[in-house]
Ligand binder design. Structure first.
Ligand SMILES: Cc1cc2nc3c(=O)[nH]c(=O)nc-3n(C[C@H](O)[C@H](O)[C@H](O)COP(=O)(O)OP(=O)(O)OC[C@H]3O[C@@H](n4cnc5c(N)ncnc54)[C@H](O)[C@@H]3O)c2cc1C
Length: 305
């Protein structure tokens, strides 16, 4: 199994921020992954790092990256994918077979594990709609367990993995037969929407920064609070949509956290609404980051160890 010491993760993150990580492990199979989880019980697990802000001061612990676990099978309408597979790849593969239900995945760069953890979704579809079952490593007991959709506690951008210490090993989806043309045209529509409404990865970002409050839009609340004008150090709010932060190439994790706090405070002051962060934080916090994270993450049910 590939293990790297003092590894620069910055280039692997969509935010292009982050210092050195003491140890990064790259398992290539479920067996290697569970072995790594046993060997490094406190390791942080990431997929494609498109929803994670890594400290500029790095991380003094172990990080397991699943990006080399990319196997998948398609049997009839049933698809099983390992946690490290990228959503767009799976979306395209099932489209070729005339299988519908994962068209949303083409539009953003998460891994299957990260997407199950988050119950990721877009364009009227979400993981919960087609997820049938998955295999998980239970970090409390050290056992591999299978959970069905009914046991996943899926709701908006959350799953049971955020409440219990469960690591996604693989996921099985039940899809629907449709014509490949129809599926691909929906995928094209989704991509087209992205081009106009969301920043591309050429502008380093991590997708939506805040979750939408119930029956409301974080982007709209932020825009009406003047957030499009906000900039701190090398980080600024995207001029086309106020729920995105762009790193101009020089941002530190502190710049980004300060900007997040400014955005959260602006919505609280203008609307009396506390918006919750969607993005996860990993690494060594300096004193100021410690203070900011306490405020930003105060409502998070459980942070992964
Ligand atoms: C340009 C852009 C657009 C985006 N658009 C959307 C969108 O429309 N909808 C949407 O939902 N999201 C969107 N995102 C956010 C992101 O892609 C999703 O949240 C995705 O699910 C994160 O996957 P990841 O592998 O990158 O997760 P990571 O950033 O690697 O990890 C995120 C969290 O998931 C946990 N995790 C990762 N893998 C596992 C695993 N195997 N088991 C347990 N926990 C795990 C991590 O510990 C961490 O807490 C967007 C991001 C970008 C950059």
């Amino acid at each position: 199994m590939q293990v790297e010491e003092d590894f620069e993760v910055k280039k692997l993150t969509s935010f292009k921020v982050g210092g050195k990580v003491k140890r990064v492990i790259f398992p290539e199979s479920i067996a290697e992954f569970t072995e790594a989880l046993q060997r490094y019980p406190d390791a942080f697990v990431c997929g494609n790092m498109t929803n994670t802000l890594v400290s500029t001061d790095g991380f003094d612990g172990a990080l397991i990256l699943t990006t080399k676990m990319t196997n998948f099978t398609i049997e009839g309408t049933t698809v099983t994918a390992e946690c490290g597979l990228k959503g767009p790849k799976l979306s395209q593969a099932v489209a070729e077979k005339g299988l519908s239900g994962l068209e949303f995945m083409v539009a953003f760069p998460g891994s299957i594990g990260g997407e199950v953890f988050m119950n990721a979704g877009a364009h009227g579809q979400a993981i919960k709609d087609t997820f049938v079952k998955g295999q998980f490593y239970d970090r409390e007991t050290g056992n591999v367990v299978t959970l069905t959709n009914a046991e996943m506690d899926f709701s908006y951008r959350t799953s049971i993995c955020q409440k219990r210490n469960l690591v996604v090993l693989n996921a099985t989806f039940e899809l629907e037969n449709k014509s490949s043309d129809e599926i691909k045209s929906l995928m094209q529509e989704n991509l087209q929407f992205r081009h106009t409404h969301q920043p591309s990865l050429a502008l380093p970002n991590c997708g939506s920064v805040f979750r939408n409050p119930e029956n409301n839009s974080a982007g709209r609340l932020l825009e009406q609070s003047g957030a499009k004008e906000f900039r701190i150090g090398g980080a600024h709010v995207w001029e086309n949509h106020a729920n995105f932060i762009i790193n101009d190439g020089t941002a530190t994790s502190t710049d980004i956290l300060e900007l997040m706090l400014k955005m959260q405070n602006a919505v609280k002051e203008n609307f009396g609404i506390f918006i919750n962060l969607e993005v996860r934080y990993l690494g060594n916090k300096n004193k100021r980051e410690e203070e900011i994270c306490k405020i930003l993450y105060q409502n998070l049910i459980k942070t992964q160890k």
